[in-house]
Design a protein around this ligand. Structure first.
Ligand code: ZN
Length: 126
């Protein structure tokens, strides 16, 4: 594991800047298109906007995971499942360096039978 930490750290740093760039460009996209009066244009804009918001949401969440992983590396707690505390398989970390859960806990979360209270999304909280 220790011989792979540098590789994983580099992968996380790369992902971090990619995500930051993606977030910046999608945020910029959301702020253009004001002042269009054609109904069709407006509708197309709304659809694009919805897609951008959904995509932005994914980027923001992933960036939070990437940041948390880099922090955990500094603290020496990287690679531990946030739930059960067991080490996350190296193979999984090499595939997804920002994984915060072991495969078992992640599957439980994905299937929603975990008692894991997901933070409500801003658009579901209303
Ligand atoms: Zn776990």
């Amino acid at each position: 594991m220790t011989d792979q930490i540098d590789f994983l750290k580099a992968a996380l740093r790369k992902k971090q800047s990619e995500l930051a760039r993606g977030i910046r460009s999608h945020s910029a996209e959301l702020s253009v298109g004001e002042g269009e009066h054609d109904v069709l244009d407006q509708m197309q804009n709304m659809i694009r906007r919805d897609e951008s918001v959904a995509f932005l949401d994914v980027l923001t969440r992933t960036l939070a995971d990437v940041d948390a992983s880099l922090l955990a590396m500094n603290e020496g707690s990287y690679g531990m499942c946030a739930d059960c505390g067991e080490p996350i398989a190296t193979k999984r970390l090499l595939a997804i360096p920002w994984a915060s859960h072991c495969i078992r806990c992640q599957e439980a979360i994905d299937h929603g039978n975990h008692g894991y209270a997901a933070v409500p999304r801003w658009d579901e909280a209303a």
